[in-house]
Design a protein around this ligand. Structure first.
Ligand code: ADP
Ligand code: ZN
Length: 608
């Protein structure tokens, strides 16, 4: 950074935010924007995108205008800035005219540092004329992937953002997103006219997240084990595909003593708002949700993200799992996946509306997701490769920790395929996985006898594997495209690719499903995770600080992390500062928080 830009930016970083240094690409972006340049920033969740526009907003004269689709979170964002001593406000549809007028007055009087704006506000002429009358430091376009029509979060109002540049050609713009594929990147640059901007694409690795994909056995029991053994009393998100399974899972978890809440688009808006607010404010809640939940949730201490159903794409999966561990502390991304998931997703694609090209795109997304599930090499290497980034085996995913064995599944595959072939020839009757496995195992069920399948030459030829193992073989053949699902009744048919396998011309390598899931950390009671690695003696102090934080947050009606992050409390518990100036040297404590909370922290430390 040049001296001219670095000094005031660093001064703001230290004084206001209480941090010593910029991270990664932040310095480059901050310098560029302070100097009046445009930027397009692609960084994963938790990398620190907010500072990229907040610091320049405080350094440049005028107000930083932040366009964000996350109306429900604006109040929290403003609260978090207020706790830092930054003057912030927002304008959106949840306010009454009086509230809006007050914010507008502050804006015009130059009494705001940051103004959050819902994109639809820009359609209102009075908003544009308001902006004309004030001084704008910069425009920040948050969640910029919402401008990409082919992305998964397209918002029509975002298309109007291209006009900002025409109306205010001298105001720098910075667009930010955690979505990473080349296609989305290119579309954002084009639609927002950021071709000439500084493009910063950070590494998308999230090293503190442990990625694990387990064969689905008894999903509820597996989930409960994860929650109880590894994340007791900790906050997390459980994703389910359907609204019904969200409701059922949340209810069931509650009966098991887990503090769980449901969230899906079918719930009343007020219920959704309440559940979201509780998840953000209270410690250790589990949110069971469809993918309608999560964008922009910047709760730093989400310790796990669990998927009970197979995500439709790697991009979606990475976004969802990325909500874990924004604070950089160890977190888990866990997915349970089984044969029924593959069958169901293939079927949904077959039945989906849209042209052939659309269905093909869906199938490509699913294939990439399945390849990730079935890989025998590092999950992270494969994830990052999907985003065009090369990496080395990570040592922090299930395949690195417990490398899966492979086996020559050629004969097993041939047995499955020829059974499918024989069942397929039955006139008018078609069969799914259950019948295939029953025939292979030689089970004389009613359905087998009814169709005289015990007379087939393949009946009972598969006694060498168990039922679960055969289902694993069938699942992998489906994932590899050696077997297909057809029509509305989940029936199996052969594909072009089946032929060389049946003819013995092509070997099939299969993954041996692990008997036990990989687990690296086993923990004690509540709060143990956050206290992990603390020096002896610091853990009880940390717990006392957490209790103080919970009470303070409740009193002020803000989420606990708005007061202090876990990382800050850990450092306080370790360093044990004895005075306000000493406390001010802790990372995450700037002038504002020192003034607001310093005495409370010192008093808590003094109670021995
Ligand atoms: P993103 O928006 O990219 O997901 P955030 O802006 O929420 O990430 O930042 C993630 C966390 O990292 C926040 O707790 C933030 O305070 C912290 N952080 C960001 N930049 C720095 C820095 N330079 N030094 C220390 N902590 C930082
Ligand atoms: Zn790995």
């Amino acid at each position: 950074m040049t001296a001219a830009a670095v000094e005031p930016a660093l001064e703001v970083l230290r004084r206001v935010f209480g941090y010593d240094a910029f991270r990664g690409d932040q310095a480059r972006v901050v310098e560029h924007v302070i100097a009046g340049g445009d930027a397009l920033v692609l960084m994963p969740t938790g990398a620190g995108k907010s500072l990229c526009y907040q610091v320049p907003s405080l350094v440049r004269p005028g107000v930083g205008v932040v366009v964000s689709p996350l109306i429900a979170l604006m109040q929290d964002q403003v609260d978090a800035l207020t706790a830092l001593g930054v003057r912030a406000g927002f304008l959106n549809s949840t306010q009454d005219p009086d509230q809006r007028r007050a914010v507008e007055r502050d804006f015009l009087a130059g009494e705001l540092d940051l103004l959050y704006l819902a994109p639809e506000r820009l359609r209102v002429p009075s908003t544009l004329s308001l902006l004309d009358r004030g001084q704008i430091a910069l425009f920040a376009i948050d969640e910029a992937h919402c401008v990409a029509q082919w992305g998964h979060d397209f918002r029509p109002d975002y298309l109007m953002l291209s006009e900002l540049h025409q109306r205010w050609p001298d105001v720098p713009r910075i667009a930010l997103t955690a979505t990473a594929t080349d296609a989305t990147h290119a579309e954002i640059a084009e639609r927002l006219d950021l071709g000439g901007a500084l493009h910063v694409v950070a590494s998308f690795d999230r090293p503190n997240i442990q990625y694990r994909i387990a064969p689905k056995d008894e999903p509820r029991a597996q989930l409960l084990q994860l929650l109880r053994d590894e994340h007791p009393g900790e906050a997390g998100i459980v994703y389910c595909l359907s609204r019904r399974s969200v409701e059922q899972t949340a209810t069931w978890l509650s009966t098991q003593g887990v503090n769980a809440l449901p969230y899906h688009a079918g719930l009343d808006a007020s219920v959704r708002a309440t559940n979201q607010a509780r998840f953000l404010r209270e410690d250790g809640l589990v949110m069971v949700a469809t993918i309608a939940f999560g964008m922009g949730i910047d709760k730093p201490d989400v310790r796990f993200v669990a998927h009970l159903d197979l995500p439709k794409s790697v991009e979606g999966y990475y976004q969802e799992t990325g909500r874990a561990g924004r604070d950089g502390l160890p977190s888990t991304a866990w997915l349970a996946y089984g044969l029924a998931d593959v069958v169901q997703q293939r079927k949904m694609i077959n039945e989906s509306d849209g042209d052939l090209a659309h269905r093909r795109r869906l199938a490509q997304h699913l294939d990439a997701m399945l390849a990730l599930c079935e890989t025998v090499s590092c999950r992270r290497v494969q994830l990052l490769a999907y985003f065009g980034q090369a990496s080395e085996p990570c040592g922090n995913c299930d395949t690195c920790l417990v490398p899966p064995e492979t086996w020559d599944g050629t004969v097993a595959a041939q047995k499955v395929l020829s059974t499918v072939y024989r069942l397929d020839r039955e006139r008018g009757q078609r069969f799914g996985a259950g019948q295939v496995v029953d025939v292979l195992l030689g089970k004389r069920t009613a359905k087998v006898e009814q169709h005289a399948h015990h007379e087939l030459s393949v009946f009972g030829v598969g006694s060498e594997l168990s039922e679960g193992e055969w289902r694993g073989v069938v699942r992998q053949l489906l994932a590899q495209g050696l077997l297909a699902v057809e029509g509305a009744y989940q029936v199996f048919v052969l594909t072009e690719a089946s032929r060389p396998v049946l003819a013995g011309e092509q070997p099939v390598l299969l993954r041996k499903d692990p008997v036990k899931q990989a687990r690296t950390r086993s923990r004690g009671g509540r709060g143990a995770a956050a206290a992990v690695d603390l020096p002896a003696g610091a853990a009880p102090v940390f717990e006392r600080l957490r209790t103080w934080r919970a009470a303070t947050a409740k009193e002020q009606g803000v989420p606990a992390y708005v007061v202090f992050h876990d990382a800050t409390l850990r450092e306080i518990a370790t360093v044990l500062p004895g005075s306000l100036p000493e406390l001010g040297t802790i990372s995450g404590i700037g002038e504002g928080k020192l003034a607001k909370y310093g005495d409370g922290v010192l008093a808590t430390l003094a109670q021995a």
